[in-house]
Unconditional design. Sequence first.
Length: 718
Amino acid sequence: MVSTAHVEFFTPTEPENHKHKWVPPEHLLNREVSWLHFNRRVLSLAEDETLPLLERFKFLSIVGSNMDEFFMKRIGGLKRWVRLGTETLSPDGLSPKQQLTMCRPIIREIVARQEACYQQQLLPLLSEEGIQILAWEDLDEGDQAWCRQYFIESVYPVLTPLAVDASHPFPFISNLSLSLGIQLTGLHDMPKRFVRIKVPKNRPRWVTLPDSARMLPLEQMIAACLDYMMPGEAFASIHMFRVTRSIVVDTGDYQDDLYQDMEERPGQLRREVADQLRERRFAPAVRLEVDAAMPEELRHWLMRQLDLGPDDLYERHSPIGLCDLISMGNIDRPDLKYRSFRPRTHPRLSVLRKAPSEEPGTNIFAIIRDNDLLVHHPFHDFDMSVLHFVRAAAEDPKVLAIKQTLYRTTSDSPIVHALVRAAEQGKQVAVLVELQARFDEHRNLQWAQVLESAGAHVSYGVEDLKTHAKLVLVVREEGQGLKRYVHIGTGNYHSETARMYTDIGLFTADRVLCDDVSHLFNTLTGYSRFDQYRKLLVAPKTMRRRFLELIHREIDFARAGRPARIRAKMNQLEDPKIIGRLYEASQAGVDIDIIVRGFCTLRPGVPGLSERIRVLSVLGRFLEHHRIFIFHNDGNPEYFIGSADWMTRNLRRRVEAVAQVENEGCKRELERIMCTYWETDCNAWEMASDGSYQRRAQGSGPCRSAQDLLMEIETHDE
């Protein structure tokens, strides 16, 4: 069974005025430029000589994958609006064309630093450790013979050369595919002929030679063995190139999510998403990367074929597609990596490892019923907390129903398998699968079909809104009635990212909060118009209004001469209404400390505007992902966690859930987390009013990041 809710049931309880009304453009920073500053900070970690060498390769690859996504999403959107002649201004007052002009020199500076880091820093250090990435000409005859045999057996069968001539049009170049552009010498008076060969993604990019200490880029092996593939041909030139395509199709505003304006109808949404995926595959090219040796004639010819201009061309002096360096983490050199880390079972859940779940007081529901439980990933084991909760619900004969949201999950998701098992056992299982989760649409389509086949009630959410909330509701028969249990999180139900992202999860049996979550699920899957949430902030219905009220309460305390403070941690910050209210709070005397991992369009520290606002960005081995909000409340602080950033898309165009945390032990844990992050000097950058960042000076001792400290705190021996 499938269903979808109606957006009218999520109409905000606050009026939607023009979103720039509260903040003049000059008081906001540009979102695109701020995001590029974030990628600079990631690049700084790749350049950091104090980090383990293979971890620096990982950060360098992240810079590349971040830039790929920036071109696909942000540059693709800006170029689309330029192409359509639209002069829609960003909140800071810039047209799409002006933003492209601002971004390009910053992008080229980042690319130059990325290549210098690879060529001048990381490669020499790797060689000193006895590991080499070689060129074909560096190989002796024996190595070349081995490579030719490897090519013939493992690469050649999957290659397809595509010629371009009068009878063969220029081939379609898929997004982010690495290609060899081959010019063949002409026959008699014919001009040079062109052949394109795609470097297969299902073969290792860095081919390990037999001694396991040396590697050769796959594209160089293919180029050196072309005579086997095309015998009798003479090669005038062989060069690498890579095309990036937009993922922004012709719907929605360029600053909005891809599917903002898509109509979602029951029974049709799956087909519409599939159509969007096909349309994205053939979207316009937005970037052409070429190796530095490619001749001008061939560059211009490729640009004409792809309908690109000189501003879209990026010359590379290192291997194209450095995002593939992520595989360097597979090298078996523990001495060149972070020290090993294994998540710890939360102390209150450790009894689950020691006693059968059927013993009284030892099952996870009894533990939650006894007291709220806050888990902190990746320091606390996801499998022994969240996954165990869902599995226990699936197997427990007393559990009657499970309701869950799924935004992103793994290709072989143990969470989904548990839900399937529950449905097959006759439990009422309702799952809201978000088909519009960017880059995971196809996977989510498949899981929706699996769940439907098992008999689960599958909903695709709310028309025109993405469902981004992280919620599980379990209904269990206990005594003479029913008891509800809830998990509310900041991160996805994804066992792999749970080991790499920092996230918070709250388990509770609080009657009011469980009642709020029940009402939200009913709204998502049916026709409920409920809006009287008491402990849950729900976007787009009540969340922004409630956050504005909480900020204004601190303003009132400050104006009354009482201590007032706001602390928050999130991924991004750009909602103009929230920013406007934060400026008002600063001017009233409220101290505001915000930790923002990525882009931030607020200007901190501006005299007369925001001098009481400080913004910090903290990065590390794990991706910072939790959202925490703390309001001083005249000495009785209120704590909140949930799925939403202070972004317009989260507050207005997504279904989000943020919960108030009332348990004293859980609040102390959140306080400790926030203090640990704010007080660190390692891998922390302070934001200036012009949007630039200054890395905090480190003390004389060893660098100990917030994540290092939390690993020690959360995983110490019992």
